[in-house]
Design a protein around this ligand. Structure first.
Ligand code: HEC
Length: 228
C-alpha cells in the first residue's frame, strides 16, 4: 500500500493501485442500477410464475404439447370409414360447409379448379383413392401451395371435407383442365358408397355443383346392385 492517492481527472479519486492498475470507486449510474434491479425482480417473478406456481407451461412443455397436437392430427382413416362418411348426408353436408369456407378460394366454388386442381375430374396428382385424397387434404402439398389441413381443422373436419370431395369425385364439372394421372378406382373403392345404401338415389346431392347433370351419374361404371 502506502502510495499517496492521486485523483484522476476522468475517473476521480484512485482508491486502489495493484501492479500499476488503478481502480476508482464511483457511484454506478442510475440507469445501470435500475436495469440491474429490474432483472432481479424479473428473475424472481419468472421463477415463481413458471417454476413455483406453473402459471404458464415451460418452453419444453409447450414444445411437447405442440408436438402431441401435431401427432394427433395425423389420424389414419380406412377406406371403409371414408365410404361410411360419404354415405352419411350429415358428414357430407358438414364437409360441404367446410369446403365453402376453406377450399373454394383455391379450388373454385364448384371444385372446378382455380389455383388448385379440378377435384371433379378423373385425374389426380396425388392419387384418387379415398385414402389418398384424405391424406392429401390432411398433410397438404406444402411445396405446391396446398396447405396441410390436419393441424388447423382437426381430424373430424378433415374427414368430413374429404367425404365431401369424395362425393363430388368424378362428377366432371367443367373447369380447369385435368392434371395428374387418370385414376381408375379399384372395385372396392368408389362404387361401394353408392351401391350398398340405396335409400337415397343421390347421397351426396351436389346442389349447385352439377347443373349439366340432372340425374344420378350413370357415367360411373360399376356393379348396379340395388341393395343387399
Ligand atoms: C391456398 C390454396 C389452396 C387451398 C385453400 C386449398 N387447396 Fe387443395 N390444392 C391446392 C393446390 C395448389 C393443389 C395442387 C398441389 C400439387 O400440384 O401438387 C391442391 C391439391 C388438392 C388435392 C389433390 C388433388 C390431386 O389432384 O391430387 C385435394 C384433394 C385438395 N387440394 C383438397 C383441398 C381441400 C379439401 C381444401 C380445403 C380444406 C383445399 N384443398 C384447400 C391449393 C389449395
Amino acid at each position: 500500500m502506502a502510495e499517496s492517492k492521486r485523483t484522476d481527472e476522468i475517473q476521480g479519486e484512485i482508491v486502489h493501485v495493484y501492479d500499476g492498475i488503478e481502480e476508482a470507486d464511483n457511484q454506478l449510474p442510475r440507469w445501470w442500477l435500475a436495469t440491474f434491479f429490474l432483472t432481479i425482480v424479473f428473475g424472481i417473478g419468472y421463477w415463481f410464475a413458471y417454476h413455483e406456481y406453473q402459471l404458464a407451461p415451460l418452453p419444453v412443455e409447450e414444445y411437447a404439447d405442440a408436438h402431441a397436437a401435431q401427432e394427433s392430427s395425423v389420424v389414419e382413416v380406412s377406406e371403409e370409414e371414408l365410404a361410411a362418411l360419404v354415405a352419411s348426408p350429415e358428414a357430407v353436408d358438414a364437409g360441404r360447409e367446410i369446403f365453402t369456407t376453406t377450399c373454394v378460394a383455391c379450388h373454385g366454388a364448384r371444385a372446378q379448379g382455380d389455383i388448385g386442381p379440378n377435384l371433379t375430374d378423373h385425374h389426380w396428382i396425388h392419387g384418387g383413392s379415398s385414402v389418398e385424397i384424405h391424406s392429401t387434404i390432411r398433410d397438404g402439398v406444402l411445396t405446391a401451395g396446398m396447405p396441410a389441413w390436419g393441424p388447423s381443422l382437426g381430424p373430424t373436419a378433415v374427414q368430413h371435407v374429404a367425404a365431401f370431395v369424395l362425393s363430388i369425385r368424378d362428377t366432371e364439372v367443367e373447369g380447369k383442365a385435368p392434371e395428374g394421372e387418370l385414376y381408375t378406382p379399384a372395385r372396392s373403392d368408389t362404387e361401394e358408397p353408392m351401391a350398398p345404401d340405396a335409400q337415397t338415389p343421390e347421397p351426396s346431392a351436389p346442389d349447385a355443383q352439377t347443373p349439366e347433370q340432372p340425374t344420378p351419374e350413370p357415367a360411373i361404371p360399376g356393379p348396379e346392385t340395388p341393395s343387399p
